[in-house]
Design a protein around this ligand. Sequence first.
Ligand code: FAD
Ligand code: SF4
Length: 304
Amino acid sequence: VLPLADVDYHAPDRLDDALALLAAPGSVALAGGTDLVPSMKMGLHRPARLVSLRRLGLRGVRVAAELVIGAGATLRELQRSESVQRHLPALAAACATVGTPTIQNAATLGGNLLLDTRCVYYNQPAGWRAQVGGCLKADGAVCHVAPRQSACWATQSSDTVPVLWLADARLRVVDLAGEREVPVRGLFGPDGRTWRAALPPGAVVTEIRVPLAVSEIRHEKVRLRQAIDFGAVLVAVTARDGAWEAVIGAVGPQPIAVSAADPEALAEAAARACYPLGTQLSPAWWRKRMVRVAVQRAAAALGH
Ligand SMILES: Cc1cc2nc3c(=O)[nH]c(=O)nc-3n(C[C@H](O)[C@H](O)[C@H](O)COP(=O)(O)OP(=O)(O)OC[C@H]3O[C@@H](n4cnc5c(N)ncnc54)[C@H](O)[C@@H]3O)c2cc1C
Ligand code: SF4
């Protein structure tokens, strides 16, 4: 078991107090902690101060003109929510494929959307990383995936992102300067080091808003085991206004969106657009092939 370094811990019960704490250098927001805390133990993040969002009342789901989900709602809560099952069942399905039930009990939707990008050379204990000299994303000068390039290809691997992207979801983001909306489809950057490109430092996501008139979406996850594993490929597919659309996750620093006139053309377009990284257990050629298969499966499940 890796030890956790000393860190200041605050759990304010007012959003204003949380924002003031988060504005100080070295502060990081803590939600369920299921990604942040293991990352801290591996020395990937070394915050001076953790600001827990748990007491801010960001939980719950309500239906107004839109489906409004508290950023602190747990993935378990969303699976059980009648409103989510009724208006966006694909989100409930995506939450059910994250990690394990134990993780889903603690993990929040906000944390899932803001999950750090992942790579086999990055998500390792500090001692392991030191043996290879670190990498561009942490404590090093070279990318081991593409040594001649200056970019990072670590992957955006959140299960809920492809579904929320297709559902046109937006984040309500608050910081000391005020509040704004950020669309899920505009959240991510092209480099794995800037995985939450559109979010200002010190900002808190308070809720996720989804239009109610969402066409049916199908979520598919390809993984090696049916629990614990992150997706080797994540796919969400829908058909609307006479066109087919797919969003593919876990194949690069930001999800890839494609559209086509029919499901077979969509699967072809998706496979062509994706250049996933390979690992020993899931080589790049296999993951690329599984992009096509996952899109075909999702389209078939939609009745086509
Ligand atoms: C064994 C294991 C398996 C896993 N499998 C999967 C998987 O299959 N799929 C998957 O998607 N994830 C997986 N995860 C990762 C993680 O559990 C989930 O992504 C989870 O949803 C993260 O949410 P959290 O609330 O725990 O976030 P945290 O770890 O608390 O935070 C994650 C990041 O989001 C920021 N943050 C969180 N909430 C807010 C907010 N409201 N405003 C501003 N910033 C915020 C934090 O500062 C941090 O940078 C796995 C983790 C483990 C340990
Ligand atoms: S892809 Fe990013 S995380 Fe992976 S080795 Fe290269 S720089 Fe590091």
